[in-house]
Ligand binder design. Structure first.
Ligand code: HMG
Ligand code: MG
Length: 313
């Protein structure tokens, strides 16, 4: 008999955790932006539809960025045109500039995310901009997006270390994050773009935000799993009061402009932990595993998620 039929993971609630966690599923965007081969749009549409069927309520669908920079997501219009959006599910998209916003509005998006860097070097490499200049790019996007009634999330990358600059001081991250929130972002997602963070850093950064008057209800965490720390870092963030967690089905992911980044925290690994802890998510783990196995067959390689591999046996 399999682990699930036997009732595993065994339920053992722990204190000091939120009763419910919102999973912000980034696989279709953060995952598929990093695939070497172009994934057919039909596969992307089915992937999103299957994910919606698992109970996930936020699916980051694609990006309206320059197709010269991220050819993997050049089919954003076609994808959203073919996708049957389900009631009760949000489909945010990444938007860097005015052109991206125009495209997102034409595609009928109601949720967008702008994405900044906490460091100068990554702002240049990812946005062809600079630490200060990136906010000049986002300001008019924000004004128009709010006029159009959109919800705008803010991402901040390289919050826990940068592959070109090394350690990033908490004060620098808080200052950049505050600029995104001051622009009007509804929530700020703290990105460990290269997966280098360890738990003390997570606690330290969240305390630095709290000291600046920014509590965990305004924050989300976004851990890549390069060094195997993503789940421990997530648990630390939950203990600090964060209740929105970014993850990707099957552990897909990376960033084409940060070669040292691997996949995000796998949603299945997160779900196994949260189910054990009795934290509600509304997501069906078994259906999600089946979806990741289905996608892995189409991508031609196994999922890196430990839970997917254990349950798919
Ligand atoms: P640029 O080259 O300075 O822009 O790039 P440009 O204004 O000179 O435009 C270059 C060409 O792209 C022009 O076309 C524009 O029209 C076109 P041409 O005249 O040469 O034919 N263009 C666009 N086309 C469609 N949609 C657009 C758009 N913008 C320009 N929106 C730019 C500046 C910001 C555009 C570029 O750097 C870019 O697109 N960067 C995005 C990179 C990216 O998507 N990275 C991955 C996402 S971030 C991430 O993964 C981190 C995260 O997961 C959190 C974490 O892990 O830390 C969120
Ligand atoms: Mg990412």
């Amino acid at each position: 008999m399999g682990a699930r039929e036997l009732g595993l993971p065994q339920h053992a609630p722990a204190s000091g955790l939120p009763s419910r966690v919102t999973i912000w599923e980034v696989g279709p965007r953060d995952g598929l932006q990093n695939e070497k081969a172009v994934v057919p749009v039909e596969v992307k549409v089915e992937f999103l539809d299957r994910l919606a069927g698992t109970g996930l309520t936020v699916l980051e669908a694609t990006s309206f960025v320059s197709p010269k920079w991220v050819p993997q997501l050049a089919d954003a219009e076609e994808l959203l045109g073919k996708l049957e959006r389900r009631p009760g599910v949000r489909y945010p998209v990444l938007v860097p500039n005015g052109r991206g916003l125009e495209r997102a509005l034409v595609a009928g998006c109601t949720d967008i995310a702008i994405f900044a860097s906490a460091t100068e070097t990554f702002a240049r490499r990812n946005l062809n901009s600079g630490l200060d200049a990136q906010f000049d790019m986002f300001t008019p996007v924000m004004v128009s997006a709010r006029d159009a009634g959109l919800d705008v999330r803010g991402y901040l990358s390289m919050c826990f270390g940068d592959p070109w600059e090394g350690p990033v001081p908490y004060g620098q991250v808080v200052a950049a994050g505050k600029r995104l929130l001051d622009l009007g972002c509804s929530r700020l997602s703290l990105g460990d773009t290269i997966g280098a963070a360890t738990t003390g850093q997570v606690e330290g950064l969240l305390m630095a935000f709290a000291d600046a008057g920014i509590g965990p209800e305004r924050l989300a965490v976004h851990f890549h799993d390069t060094y195997g720390q993503a789940l421990a870092n997530t648990l630390t963030a939950l203990r600090c009061g964060v209740s929105t967690v970014d993850s990707s089905a099957g552990g897909l992911g990376g960033c084409p402009y940060a070669e040292s980044a691997t996949g995000n925290l796998a949603t299945e690994d997160l779900l196994w932990m949260l189910e054990g802890l009795g934290v509600e998510t509304g997501v069906n783990l078994d259906e999600l595993v089946a979806t990741s196995v289905w996608l892995a067959e189409r991508l031609g390689r196994p999922s890196p998620s430990r839970v997917v591999n254990a349950l798919a046996r």
